[in-house]
Design a protein around this ligand. Structure first.
Ligand code: ADP
Length: 229
C-alpha cells in the first residue's frame, strides 16, 4: 500500500513542485500517472524512492513510515521498490544475463540462487533467448525489458516505471507495457508515467492526472477483465 497525505515538495524558493498531494494506491494496483512536463510526476516518484524528502506531509509505503525511516534503512526500502527509467542504464560490457545477475550480486545473493533466478526473470520479460547478448545487440524495446528484468529480479512489491516507453516505437512500447501488465498480474503494484495517450487509453487502468503539482483527476479503469494479455 502506498499512501501520500497532504504531501508538499518545494525545491528552494521556487513555487512548490508538489502542492498537498493525496494519493492512496492499494497493493497490486496498476496506476498510470499522467501530466505535462514539469507537472511534478518525477518529483512524486523520487519521494517514493526516497531520492527526495517531502517539505511536509506524510508518506507510508508498504508499512514503512518515511518520517521514521533512517538513512541507513533506505537500501532496505529500495529492495521493495524496483525502478525503470526511460534511458535503460544497462552496463554495456555485460551480457543480458550478467546485467540482471549484477543487480542480485550487489544485494548479496549467492551464485547458486542467482543462476536459478536470472533465467526465471528473463522468461517473464520474454528474453530467454537473449541471455548471452550484449545491450548493443538488442533493440530499444529489448533493452528496456532487460532493465525491467533487472528491476524485478529482487522481487520488489512495487515497480515504478518512469516513461519506460519514451524512446520506443509503438510496437516495442507495447511489448514493454505487456511485460508491465504481466508483472502486475503476478502481484506487483505498478506505477507508470507516460506521455503516450494511445497507451493511456488502451490500457484502461486507473489514471491519476497531475497538473501544476496537484492531483486534478483520479479515474478508475476497468481493465481487470481484459482478455488480451
Ligand atoms: P515532471 O516529471 O512532471 O516533468 P518534475 O517533478 O520533474 O515534473 O518537476 C516539477 C517542478 O519541479 C518543475 O518546475 C521543475 O523545474 C522543478 N524541479 C524538479 N526537480 C528539481 C530540482 N532538483 N531542483 C529544482 N527544481 C526542480
Amino acid at each position: 500500500m502506498i499512501l501520500l497525505d497532504r504531501v508538499t515538495k518545494s525545491y528552494g524558493r521556487k513555487s512548490a513542485a508538489l502542492k498537498g498531494i493525496n494519493l492512496h494506491v492499494e497493493n497490486k494496483e496498476f496506476v498510470v500517472i499522467v501530466g505535462q512536463s514539469g507537472a511534478g510526476k518525477s518529483t512524486l516518484l523520487k519521494l517514493l524512492t526516497r531520492e527526495e524528502k517531502p517539505s511536509s506531509g506524510k508518506i507510508i509505503v508498504g508499512g514503512i513510515d518515511y518520517d521514521k525511516l533512517k538513512d541507513k534503512n533506505v537500501p532496505y526500502l529500495r529492495r521493495k521498490i524496483g525502478v525503470v527509467f526511460q534511458d535503460f542504464k544497462l552496463i554495456q560490457k555485460k551480457t543480458v544475463f550478467e546485467n540482471v545477475a549484477y543487480a542480485l550480486e550487489i544485494v548479496g545473493m549467492g551464485n547458486k540462487e542467482i543462476k536459478h533466478t536470472v533465467p526465471r526473470v528473463l522468461n517473464i520479460v520474454g528474453l530467454s533467448n537473449k541471455a548471452d547478448s550484449y545491450p548493443s545487440e538488442l533493440s530499444g524495446g529489448e533493452r528496456q525489458r532487460v532493465a525491467i528484468a533487472r528491476a524485478i529480479a529482487r522481487q520488489p512489491r512495487i515497480l515504478i516505471a518512469d516513461e519506460p516507453t519514451g524512446n520506443l516505437d509503438p510496437k516495442h512500447a507495447w511489448d514493454v507495457i505487456e511485460v508491465l501488465e504481466r508483472i502486475n498480474k503476478y502481484g506487483t503494484t505498478v506505477l507508470l508515467t507516460t506521455h503516450n495517450q494511445d497507451i493511456v487509453q488502451k490500457l484502461n487502468r486507473r489514471i491519476v492526472t497531475i497538473q501544476d503539482g496537484k492531483v486534478v483527476s483520479d479515474k478508475a479503469g476497468n481493465a481487470r477483465g481484459r482478455q488480451t494479455i
